[in-house]
Ligand binder design. Structure first.
Ligand SMILES: Cc1cc2nc3c(=O)[nH]c(=O)nc-3n(C[C@H](O)[C@H](O)[C@H](O)COP(=O)(O)OP(=O)(O)OC[C@H]3O[C@@H](n4cnc5c(N)ncnc54)[C@H](O)[C@@H]3O)c2cc1C
Length: 622
């Protein structure tokens, strides 16, 4: 039975699905978000945090583009702080302890406020494809929904299996129903399926912890927001705290003595786990020389007591988990409210995806989130937003939005997935972003908001605020260059920092001195600028040389990005390319010479051979 025809259907109400539904519906399209459990929308099955190193910048990028994660996190957190602020602007990033009750609730409220969005509860177990083009989906009870574009964001639910020691059960996270057939159907339609794994730690009863043995981790006293449009809506003095815990030799001995009982090391699991978010077993095995590993006890919500033991995810049997937890100083008598487990699930090989997140085999099919082989709420949300934008643009017959590596972390993530693929759950790190000095927390709106406005999911009012900010930055920079001070009007605070000025100096050049902070120069500037504008200009002035160098590198990369590679190129005809490189080029089928140069195993000499071939065969010189 055909139910209804939509422009876009989004399957899955997780972090990717919520952003995809918002981004396509806000383009004025008729959209359905179909998810297996409406009460599970925007669920945080693992760590209660939003943001963190690199991830916090992704949340800013999502907000700049018109997404929801930033503004929802700003009204649903227990604690927030700026990480790495001492390590320079390229890695400073916000991290919030999200409330696992209010975050999903506020996200659902946002989604319900979108007129053209229907939210439907059903398990999708098949897709409808005609002539390699998506036509709709079929639910577990056989109901069909038609659509022009489909966005699959099924997360960790495809054939998901929960593993604790040698026991397993086919279930989704915390007892949710798993999707049993969809990945088989996707395989039948020619998609390559991979098996991945991740894990979650214990939840601890807060009344059974000896806090006198633990040190406290507090939120910042400086109020922060992820969103560019919201004022802080919390009391910095009423933030919840986290606690620092350490493993010790005894913990490591218990783990090593029982290693063969863990699902991962006992051979009960087949999925590949994340290298950069390892289980505690992995840490102890891989870093044998480390005497202790740092853990955090984190509150999950103001509405229930559980404390999340971050960094202690494991697939050990329950009796061993008891011993492991009780070996930790401060948790000797701790009561475990929920045991840790590993979860295995199906995902698709992201090399079968275009940078727009459209599938290469089935047209108008987009995939986003954990299904693409990534891990993390933020990574999923960023992908969902772009997939939702592009499904909407496809419905309108417009070209997709493809963010480049010099424009955003989301661009870095997607380019890595479609160019290098992934064998394990992919997590974003600052080290993955070669242009990270220009992909900062402070300038995400300057980099991306115009795109959100062009697509129609950023409002006029938000866009006007951006234009004013750009103006203010230009004017303040001019002011700094034009205002000069001499020893006559040198302030005491500047004197204290650099002594008497010997000659007149522009504020701009003064600011370049490491001893001078922009706050010390505000008294010389008449016009009123926001702290945000002062903050950005300070970074731009102090890092001017490094930023200019980065733009030079970007220029070189963009030149190669302009060199398109024809879709029908036959790499077997390109002589003198190494066979490994040829195979990789055939597998990935890069769209540009720049993308080809980022494929591992393709060397610079292969790129120049290819460039010459393109010139000769396709006259591609420009
Ligand atoms: C146990 C566990 C531990 C994790 N540990 C970590 C970690 O340590 N670090 C980390 O970075 N990330 C971790 N994650 C991953 C993190 O949860 C995900 O990265 C993130 O939630 C992915 O978002 P998503 O939108 O892709 O999918 P999900 O959040 O998984 O959402 C998928 C949604 O789709 C719905 N759905 C699925 N299949 C269907 C279907 N066929 N029909 C209809 N609806 C469907 C589900 O109900 C759900 O609402 C963990 C996840 C789990 C489950």
């Amino acid at each position: 039975m055909i139910n209804m025809k939509y422009d876009v259907i989004v399957v899955g109400g997780g972090h990717a699905g919520c952003e995809a539904a918002n981004a396509s519906a806000k383009q004025g399209l008729k959209v359905a978000l179909i998810t297996s459990n409406i009460n599970n929308i925007a669920d945080m099955p693992c760590n209660p945090s939003i943001g963190g190193t690199a991830k916090g910048i992704v949340v800013r990028e999502i907000d700049a583009l018109g997404g929801l994660m930033g503004r929802v996190a700003d009204i649903s957190h227990l604690q927030i702080k700026m990480l790495n602020s001492g390590k320079g602007p390229a890695v400073a990033s916000l991290r919030a302890q999200g409330d696992k009750v209010t975050y999903p609730k506020n996200m659902l409220k946002e989604l319900k406020s979108i007129e053209t969005l229907d939210i439907i509860e059903a398990m999708i177990e098949d897709i409808i494809v005609e002539d390699n083009t998506i036509k709709g989906v079929i639910t577990a009870d056989g109901t069909k929904y038609e659509c022009t574009c489909l966005v699959l964001t099924t997360g960790t639910y495809l054939k998901s299996k929960i593993l604790v020691g040698s026991t397993h059960k086919f279930e989704g996270p915390h007892g949710e129903e798993s999707s049993k057939h969809l990945s088989d159907k996707l395989r039948e339609h020619g998609l390559e399926i991979i098996r991945l794994k991740t894990g979650t730690p214990q939840r601890i009863d807060p009344n059974t912890v000896d806090y006198s043995k633990l040190s406290i981790e507090e939120g910042d006293k400086t109020p922060w927001t992820f969103s560019f449009d919201l004022e802080p809506q919390y009391d910095v003095n009423k933030q919840r705290v986290c606690y620092l815990v350490y493993t010790n030799e005894n913990t490591h001995k218990i783990i090593m003595d029982n290693l063969d009982k863990s699902a991962m090391y006992g051979g009960y699991a087949e999925g590949i786990g994340p290298r950069y978010c390892p289980s505690i077993e992995d840490k102890v095995v891989r870093f044998k020389d480390k005497e202790r590993h740092q853990l955090f006890l984190e509150p999950e919500s103001d509405y229930y007591p559980d404390l999340y033991l971050q960094g202690f995810s494991t697939s050990m049997p329950i009796d061993v988990q008891e011993k492991m937890v009780h070996s930790l100083v401060g948790l000797e008598n701790a009561k475990i409210l929920k045991y840790a487990y590993a979860i295995e699930y199906d995902a698709i090989n992201p090399l079968q995806m275009l940078p727009s997140e459209e599938n290469k085999i089935i047209h108008n099919l987009y995939t986003a989130g954990q299904i693409n082989g990534t891990s993390g709420y933020e990574e999923a949300a960023g992908q969902g937003l772009i997939a939702g934008i592009n499904a909407g643009l496809r419905c309108k017959g417009k070209d997709p939005l493809i963010l480049k590596r010099n424009e955003s972390y989301i661009g870095v993530l997607l380019d890595d997935l479609v160019t290098k693929g992934t064998k394990e759950p992919y997590r974003l790190l600052t080290s993955r972003a070669e242009y990270r000095l220009i992909l900062r927390h402070d300038n995400a709106d300057l980099r991306l908001r115009e795109y959100g406005y062009q697509v129609g999911i950023v409002t006029e009012e938000q866009h006007n605020r951006l234009l004013k900010k750009i103006d203010d930055i230009k004017n303040l920079t001019e002011d700094l260059k034009n205002i000069r001070i001499t020893v006559k009007n040198e302030s005491d605070s500047i004197k204290e920092s650099i002594g008497d000025l010997t000659k007149g100096e522009s504020l701009y050049n003064l600011l370049k001195r490491p001893e001078i902070k922009i706050d010390q120069l505000k008294e010389y500037i008449e016009k009123d600028y926001s702290n945000e504008v002062y903050g950005i200009v300070e970074i731009q002035v102090k890092y001017e040389g490094y930023i200019a160098k980065t733009y030079k590198e970007v220029e070189k990369m963009l030149k190669l990005e302009e060199k398109q590679i024809p879709e029908d190129i036959d790499y077997d005809k390109v002589k003198n390319i190494a066979s490994e490189a040829k195979q990789k080029l055939k597998d990935v089928r890069p769209l540009t010479l720049a993308q080809a140069s980022r494929i591992s195993g393709v060397n610079p000499v292969d790129i120049s051979v290819l460039s010459i071939y393109l010139k000769k065969e396709y006259g591609k010189d420009k």
